[in-house]
Design a binder for this molecule. Structure first.
Ligand SMILES: Nc1ncnc2c1ncn2[C@@H]1O[C@H](COP(=O)(O)OP(=O)(O)OP(=O)(O)O)[C@@H](O)[C@H]1O
Ligand SMILES: [Mg+2]
Length: 275
């Protein structure tokens, strides 16, 4: 089971979009996936429209019994291979700034119960560093940092990277998977400048595929549909980028010791195009 926390400490940069895009790519590839909505805004839950659950992330974070974990999970409306562990507005009350080891370990306990059920777990984090995001970092084996190519977002991703490094004290297996740059406009000099700045700071951790700024992303989300099913040229472009990202995640998580390489190899590109 590959467990990926999707985070940034800045709001609105595309964490949920990345979690949903990867879920869409996973659906296309038939990868059994669970999306865990840790954000009290519940954007991922609303877009994936899971069936009714009798529990939510709150019950799991308070007491991760097998019954509570099962009661919080339902199939998404997207397709058979994507399930949702439902978010809740009440999770805000559980976002302790200094939660302590026991609270931080509960999500990890819950995921241990699901190890045989899913190939991929995507944790959509809120834009803050309290119990919710930190629980994801304790439960995950990989952290995917999301940023836009703007000055404030670059500062946010640096803080997120520091948070990942700090959490390794509680989860020695946690590795930064990379930094994905979202909403890129290739002709913008400012964007190109910020991407260079990110490469200076993070080197090969900056993912070689960037996600373009396309209206199709908002349209597909508005219609609660996977980007792979939206069908416009913009949607196809974004979908291909998510195929590449997913291929990289599955491959890097498989070979944990393999260092991140800035370029995609031929096999990854072929897999992404065929998906
Ligand atoms: N590549 C993109 N192209 C166009 N619009 C995008 C793109 N990525 C994100 N958006 C839009 O930007 C807005 C914010 O994205 P999203 O909700 O994914 O960010 P977030 O980081 O999860 O926000 P929050 O911090 O509130 O959880 C949404 O309306 C989304 O549709
Ligand atoms: Mg979000």
């Amino acid at each position: 089971m590959h467990t990926v926390a999707v985070l940034s400490l800045k709001g609105g940069v595309g964490k949920t979009t990345v979690a949903l895009g990867l879920a869409s790519a996973a659906l296309r590839r038939g990868v059994r996936t669970l999306v865990i909505d840790l954000d009290p805004q519940c954007n991922a839950t609303s877009t994936l429209e899971p069936g009714e659950t009798s529990g939510s992330i709150c019950d799991v974070l308070e007491d991760p019994t097998p019954d509570n974990v099962r009661a919080a999970i339902a199939p998404s409306s997207w397709g058979e291979s994507v399930d949702v562990l439902a978010g809740s507005e009440d999770a805000e009350a559980l976002n302790h700034p200094d939660p302590g080891e026991t609270r931080l370990g509960r999500l990890r306990e819950a995921l241990a119960l699901l190890a045989d059920d899913y190939q991929l777990v995507l944790l959509d984090c809120p834009p803050s560093l309290g119990q919710l995001t930190r629980s994801a970092l304790v439960a995950a084996d990989r952290a995917l940092l999301v940023t836009e190519p703007t000055m404030f977002a670059v500062a946010g991703v640096q803080r997120a990277f520091e948070a990942v490094q700090a959490e390794r004290a509680h989860n020695a297996g946690l590795q930064p998977l990379g930094v994905v740059v979202n909403r890129v406009r290739p002709r913008s000099h400012e964007h190109q400048f910020r991407i260079e700045e990110l490469r200076d700071i993070f080197g090969p951790l900056v993912m070689p595929v960037a996600l373009p700024d396309r209206l199709a992303v908002q349209q597909a989300q508005g219609a609660c549909m996977p980007i792979h099913e939206w069908g416009t040229p913009g949607a196809r472009e974004v979908a291909l980028a998510f195929n590449l990202l997913l291929a990289r995640i599955l491959r890097m998580s498989r070979s944990r010791r393999r260092p991140a390489h800035p370029d995609f190899d031929d096999e990854e590109i072929q897999e992404a195009i065929e998906a």
